[in-house]
Design a protein. Structure first.
Length: 313
């Protein structure tokens, strides 16, 4: 792949302080490599001067490209836009906050030269808050027991994809996207490169607890129909317990007569069954909502401004 082009995809939301540093770091890395490269910044309708900073950078560096959305469509849409606009034989996906060290790029390219279509960077969790580390570890343990793909703790979007892997990802057109699952679902032999956790240098994380929770739920539902099966089992168990209770009470009435109205029992039963029904409806509603969203077939994003053309697949 020597002398071929590599596309670097960088989603950006309110990252004006990091645009120049990440571009400088990429320049330093590729200065010692025999590859041409382009950098594709995908601005997810930032509220600060991220877009203006990228524009200024693009006017200075011809290899800097950008795509700017009309509104905030989310990181998943930004990743898809980057892949659709990438012209390289391979792409490297990384964050703008420098927590994905550009110094790892030579190792990613080395893996691609060895024939791997996916070279994944996997970080440790040293220096991360214990509560967040614990919740992340717990999440991956749970999700790998229920989803139909394998997800590994520490593996994120930071990875290299060869052209075959890129084309495979672009074939997947669902609206509710969960890239970690999609990267695992397409298969291909992959190589893992390990690196130490890096703290954000500038700015603050824009992922709130609510967003992380929603992202986690998306991961569980996108590659899994088991919650529907769990709902069925809960319904059957509730029905069985209800029948046992009714039969027991019927025998007691025959043998002992009616003692008390049984207020506590009635209320407990109503609350329990009502809770099961609401949870069941909620799970079913999530799936129905996704079906409804898919049937609309809306575009994943809308472009307000760009200095590159989308690749037609």
């Amino acid at each position: 792949m020597s002398n071929s082009k590599v596309s670097i995809i960088i989603p950006a939301y309110n990252e004006e302080e990091n645009i120049y540093p990440v571009n400088e770091a990429l320049e330093e890395e590729f200065a010692g490599l025999s590859y041409s490269y382009e950098v594709i910044f995908v601005d997810d309708c930032s509220q600060d001067d991220t877009l203006q900073t990228i524009r200024t950078l693009a006017n200075t560096y011809p290899n800097v490209k950008y795509v700017s959305f009309t509104r905030n469509f989310g990181k998943e849409s930004a990743l898809l836009a980057g892949l659709q606009h990438a012209k390289g034989e391979a792409v490297i996906i990384m964050d703008a906050d420098m927590q994905h060290p550009p110094s790892l790029i030579p190792k990613l390219l080395e893996g691609y030269q060895e024939g791997y279509q996916q070279v994944v960077a996997r970080r440790d969790r040293n220096g991360e808050a214990k509560s967040r580390s614990f919740l992340s570890s717990l999440y991956y343990k749970v999700i790998n027991k229920v989803v139909q793909v394998e997800l590994k703790d520490g593996e994120g979007d930071f990875r290299l994809l060869g052209r075959q892997a890129i084309e495979a990802i672009l074939e997947l057109s669902e609206g509710n996207r969960f890239s970690k699952g999609l990267f695992s679902w397409i298969g291909f032999e992959k190589k893992t490169v390990y690196f130490e956790n890096v703290e954000r240098q500038n700015g603050v994380s824009h992922w709130s607890f609510k967003q992380l929770l929603n992202y986690g739920v998306e991961g569980i539902l996108s590659f899994n129909q088991r919650p529907l099966r769990v709902v069925l089992y809960c319904g059957l168990i509730s029905l069985l317990l209800g029948l046992i209770y009714i039969f027991s009470m019927f025998l007691m009435i025959i043998l002992q007569g009616v003692d008390e109205p049984g207020y506590f029992t009635v209320i407990s039963s109503i609350l329990f069954l009502g809770g099961v029904q609401l949870v069941s409806l909620g799970v079913i509603g999530e799936y129905v909502g996704r079906i409804y969203s898919e049937t609309k077939n809306r575009p994943h994003y809308l472009v307000k401004e760009s200095n590159t053309e989308r690749e037609e697949k």
